[in-house]
Design a protein around this ligand. Sequence first.
Ligand code: G
Ligand code: MN
Length: 393
Amino acid sequence: MKQSVARLLVLDDEEAVGQTLALVAEDLGFEVRCVQTPEDFFDRVSDFNPSHVAIDLILPGMDGIEVLRRLATHDFAAAIILISGMGQKVLESAQATAAERGLNVLGVLPKPFKSAELKRLFGKTMPVQAPARAGPRIPTPEEVRRAILSGHISIVAQPKVNLATLEVVGAEVLGRWIDSNLGDVAPDVFVAVAEASGLMHDLSMLTLDRALTWFANSPLNESGGTVAVNLSTTCLTDVALADRFKAACDVAKVPTEKLILEITESTAMDRTADVFDTLTRLRLKGFHLSVDDFGTGYSSLAQLARLPLSELKIDRSFINQMVHSDDARKIVDATIRLARGMGLTSVAEGVEDAQVLSQLQRLGCDLAQGYFLSRPVTTDVFDVWLRQRQQLA
Ligand code: G
Ligand code: MN
């Protein structure tokens, strides 16, 4: 017997809601079952084995949160859609709790919903059961060490664009490692290994050297742009870092003012004297400092004001939610104002579509970065792309 891989189980005490969901989902090739009580739901979960479930948060007897808690204790892996007439705020906090419990929440659906919204949600997971691809093995510290020493870690660059003029005003440089055995190793993977094995200093110097060598002769430098590199907290406890970075800039003949060093929010909030000293010394030598992924940590505004910063990068989790979530948009708006009030450049990271870009323009954000403008690309590709863009302008 042929069994459809896409199976949706709906739990909603309003029968009409289940019927509407069923209509849309069946149209998309789903096999659908609807139940009205949590008891029936849990019975059905085991025999119907759904790939997707839609759960109303308000139910008689047991509420939706309780249903989610029970699912979490069973390592439930299906994609979950949350439904509620209680407004976006309740839905979003339920989504956050569910995600925290390790559940796979596809999205939320405020009632009354349109079938287009539902299609968009389902569309996110098509094809429903893509074969799981085994991720590459985590490299050993020795492999990371060899990759650094033999210069196998290269860089890619992603543009930063002025939202008022759409001019390219800078680039963030990211490490890239394509290994003959391991394949493309994601930067957060090799950075984590480097951090844990005392290799971060070498990795940062290598990235900086590569960034400077490229930037010195790039059209980005010619047109007055800047180049950004990421700095980990481990590096900042090294008291000689500022001198070494300055020396590298001198060798490459790039003024330190052209460099933006990105630190994470938790680094910025680190109150150890060494970290604070290094940040201050870097700024005294002319480097600009930027707080990356802003909004995800626990900032103290007092500490933020104390640091010699030039830029705030608003975390992409707010940016890519801002079209759908009022809260995300308010946070972005407030952060842009905060940056402006403190004399800092605001940067939106993770801009993935035109709608987000135009909202950011309306809110008066200074710069944007993200796939919609360009993915991180090799520096050769970056230079060609930028020259073409400059000729067209
Ligand atoms: O934390 P930081 O902003 O330095 O992280 C950079 C990472 O973000 C890189 O791995 C890069 O590929 C990724 N990135 C860049 N632009 C986008 C985007 O528009 N969307 C998403 N999801 N990731 C992005
Ligand atoms: Mn960054």
